[in-house]
Write a protein that binds this ligand. Structure first.
Ligand SMILES: Nc1ncnc2c1ncn2[C@@H]1O[C@H](COP(=O)(O)OP(=O)(O)O)[C@@H](O)[C@H]1O
Ligand SMILES: O=C(O)C1=C[C@@H](OP(=O)(O)O)[C@@H](O)[C@H](O)C1
Ligand SMILES: [Mg+2]
Length: 172
């Protein structure tokens, strides 16, 4: 089976759902933020602070290309699909699942979190503006799942159902 990429805005549950999905499908899972942290020995927020967002974006493009592409779940950071090169890479090599969650829910989730530099001091309007500036990039996907109000288990089941319908080679 081709790689399954989970994309979407910060706080939509990519990292969490990716792990649950991989467990259900008995596949390995890679989170690009975690992979970058492991390879560089630095947390994402430290890279942002010490080297700036540009360096982090280059690391995303570098490390996504070092991950395996067969029988694997890959969860991206929320800004990765903004680069055309990254979107092209994902669409050519996998099924791209865009997770969408209402901005009100995202804002509540992110306001307590210190690990996302772009959300740290952002107002709801600023987050909405950032989401809207990325919307068309996220929509360049295989399919979208609205996760609002759904449990991790329900979302995972819905993704599996859609993957089967897409005929990605996955059969339960
Ligand atoms: N469907 C959901 N219902 C409730 N909480 C969720 C759901 N999906 C994610 N969360 C919570 O939201 C937070 C952000 O999830 P995370 O997986 O880190 O998102 P992302 O990787 O997209 O930024 C975590 O605390 C996670 O437990
Ligand atoms: O949207 C973004 O630009 C970012 C999202 C984060 O990942 P999550 O989407 O998993 O929070 C992380 O890559 C970094 O803080 C930048
Ligand atoms: Mg994440």
């Amino acid at each position: 089976m081709k790689a399954i990429f989970l994309t979407g805005f910060m706080g939509t549950g990519k990292t969490t759902i990716g792990k649950a999905l991989a467990e259900k499908l008995k596949l390995p899972v890679y989170d690009i933020d975690e992979f970058i942290a492991e390879k560089t020995g630095k947390q994402v927020k430290t890279i942002f602070k010490e080297q700036g967002e540009g360096v982090f974006r280059d690391l995303e493009t570098k490390y996504i290309q070092l991950l395996p592409l067969k029988d694997v779940v890959i969860t991206t950071g929320g800004g990765l699909p903004v680069r055309t090169e990254n979107r092209k890479y994902m669409m050519e090599n996998g099924t791209v699942v865009f997770l969408h969650t209402d901005l009100d829910v995202i804002f509540e989730r992110l306001k307590q979190d210190e690990n996302r530099p772009l959300a740290l001091h952002a107002s709801k309007d600023e987050l909405t503006e950032l989401f809207l500036s990325r919307k068309t990039a996220y929509e360049d996907c295989s399919f979208m799942i609205n996760t609002t109000g759904k449990s991790i288990n329900d979302i995972t089941e819905e993704i599996i159902e859609r993957l089967e319908r897409q005929d990605t080679g996955y059969t339960e």
